[in-house]
Design a protein around this ligand. Sequence first.
Ligand SMILES: Nc1ncnc2c1ncn2[C@@H]1O[C@H](COP(=O)(O)OP(=O)(O)O)[C@@H](O)[C@H]1O
Ligand SMILES: [Mg+2]
Length: 306
Amino acid sequence: MMIPIKTACQISNLTDRTIRDWITDGKIIGGKDDLTGILHVDKESLLKSLPTSICFYNQKGGVGKTTISVMMADYFDKKGVKTLLIDLDQQANLSQSYFDYDDIRGSSTLYNYLEDKTPLAKCIKTYNDNIDVLPADIRLSRKDNYDLDELDSIKADFIPIFRKYQIVIIDCPPSLSAMSKFGLLLSNYVFIPVIPEPYSFDGMFETLNNLKRMTKFCADFIDYRVIITNHEMRKLTLHENYVDMIKNDKKIRSAEQTIPNSVAMKERPLHKSNIFDMYGNDKGVKKLETLLDELYNAIYIERGNK
Ligand SMILES: Nc1ncnc2c1ncn2[C@@H]1O[C@H](COP(=O)(O)OP(=O)(O)O)[C@@H](O)[C@H]1O
Ligand SMILES: [Mg+2]
């Protein structure tokens, strides 16, 4: 979609000059509108040339944050999008979806950056042409007493790194710990997987309240979505009722598509290769793709429409 340069400046925080330079350099698509003569910019190409950071967040564990983080990275990998994955969870499940734990502990991780300022570039491990990972390890449990000012100054070290990527995916731990707050501070988009059943439903409101409180400090926050996950669903009326409650609540911004229950997704950490290469024709994986298309649209197509 072509948008006027003034709107392009607003949604990108770039100056008019920078956008014009990027058009001249062929980095983004732009041209004068035939009728008005006003310079227009292709929104998708503009947004794709900026880093967009996304975190998967929920204070509850076992809702699928790590699993969907990996799926989203696989999705962007297929599209050739340069992606950084950040593991903020001391359990290091995300990191281990890409590297063996011995390999992770044998080199620097996020812990080393926090402990002695080991440069972030040294802690980031390359997985393939599109995917880099900033891994975590169990020692991250010692690093949880930062206040918001300290987290803000840590963020300042991350911002120049983000500029090397189009997408940054952040996997938060299951708590409102300093690392989770840091995940929110870093993010443009927050996606909250929720299992449609009583405890998870109650936890969702707490998570949304914390998000609301935190976003006051998150200058870069744009939007959030609750994403219903089916992976614990056994076709119970109870689940259906909770799906309806979430989807019909006008105060909750929920995704249309849900996360399917899928054995292929469960097995993904074992074979450590792209799910769309391994199981592209699997029914669950196809459903997953429709959800990821929806999130892609929210980020690149709907952003700034209002
Ligand atoms: N869509 C899914 N289909 C099948 N199993 C899933 C799915 N999402 C998560 N799981 C399983 O549920 C468990 C918890 O998922 P995980 O991603 O580790 O949650 P979290 O990061 O929120 O703690 C794991 O065993 C994972 O394999
Ligand atoms: Mg996890």
